[in-house]
Design a protein around this ligand. Sequence first.
Ligand SMILES: Cc1cc2nc3c(=O)[nH]c(=O)nc-3n(C[C@H](O)[C@H](O)[C@H](O)COP(=O)(O)OP(=O)(O)OC[C@H]3O[C@@H](n4cnc5c(N)ncnc54)[C@H](O)[C@@H]3O)c2cc1C
Length: 457
Amino acid sequence: MKHFDAIIIGTGQAGPSLAARFAGAGKTVAIIERHKFGGTCVNTGCIPTKTLVASAYAIHVARRGAEYGFATGDVRVDIKRVKARKDAVSGRSNKGVEDWLRGTKNCTVIQGHARFQSTNTVVVNDEVLQAGQIFINVGGRASVPDMPGVHEVPFLTNSSMMDIDFLPEHLIVVGGSYVGLEFAQMYRRFGSQVTIVEMGPRLIGREDEDISQAVREILEAEGIQIRLNAKCISLAKREDGVVVRMDCNDDPKEVAGTHVLLAVGRVPNTSDLGLDRAGIATDRRGYITVDDQLQTNVPGIWALGDCNGRGAFTHTSYNDYEIVADNLFNADHRRVSDRIQAYALYIDPPLGRCGMTDAEIRTSGRRALVAKYPMVRVSRAYEKGETQGFIKICVDAETKQILGAAILGIGGDEVIHVLLDVMYAKAPYTVIQRAMHIHPTVAEYLPTILAKLEPFV
Ligand SMILES: Cc1cc2nc3c(=O)[nH]c(=O)nc-3n(C[C@H](O)[C@H](O)[C@H](O)COP(=O)(O)OP(=O)(O)OC[C@H]3O[C@@H](n4cnc5c(N)ncnc54)[C@H](O)[C@@H]3O)c2cc1C
């Protein structure tokens, strides 16, 4: 049996930084990875998809060349080169994580599948490791729902999408949420015909209705077909591809395509971790139950990142690392409940989001004010010829603090941080109205928009 001060399972967005923190403090740490260093974000999530989104954006702008005063001739997409660019960017990060861990003194890197044997031992490659503190950072994977025919068709997921080096003639995306929409728009821009099939009555159903509607219009304007209310989805093989059947309100009741991508949610990688051997509790969906400082029900064991169900983003996983590290090393009692919800949807234009949604504000019963402003009236957007979307900000009528905001439009993923930081400062929105912003930017409109607040209904 090998002894360490700490064992970390998984090299996602929390594990490597935590390993470096332990090692830097002079403690021995073992970090175990069963597949690719860097996990989802680096290999099959944020980094490769945002690299592909960048290619898709460049292609889209090139096609609009005439509007900007240049001609490119016929824009031809070389999907093999698009993939090679993606592989290079993603590979650089993957190698960076591996080299970093392997080069860290006091850190032992082990490749293999880890399973708990007891509350303080883990087995990997038939070897038993023991530590007083164990951290689980095993992430998640694409959910494959038990829909009829699913195992009879060669479906794609966000992971297998990373390997394709050809252009699907007609890609059907099952799932109209964050992952599905990014793939749908990028493949449409690469040149595929794309249909989104969504069970719910609108896209990205967790968002406000006006956001869902605007996103739908943006995608439809690019020629993406959208089928909503698609209940009872089933898949079947065809000689030349796949057919997705649905019981929709609108005809036709089936869509035939050449490839199908399943983007219907994520499941945690916890079923093959031997959690029962250590008595670690999970919820009914398999997410590891943690307290506000990310400790499981078993003393000495923590769960960080997507596997704890307290966030599903790279920044939430990294923030989990910061919370655990500050609690352990700095006696700074940070908590998950201190963080403010924030994320982006990387279609073009992007959606930057922070704080509460309209529905959450309504449920909270607070008296709120709201201001909404179309991007078409933002001069920066107009100058750039990218005027889709809007900015919406909600504030508390009594405290004047920002409750939530959405920026669907050019730069929305960046500009949202102006509002997010004011929220963290617990400052009233009026501080933004006394700041001098740079012209011409999207951010310079925030004071103007805040001057238009009216009762939220
Ligand atoms: C298509 C897509 C796009 C995304 N885009 C964004 C984005 O733009 N922005 C954003 O913030 N988030 C995005 N996300 C979400 C983001 O990728 C995840 O939230 C983030 O990677 C979660 O990291 P994690 O630390 O929980 O673990 P992961 O990154 O999932 O890593 C877990 C690691 O643990 C390993 N592992 C699992 N079980 C074991 C075991 N038993 N033994 C050893 N090793 C094991 C796995 O191999 C993996 O390497 C995206 C996700 C997807 C799918």
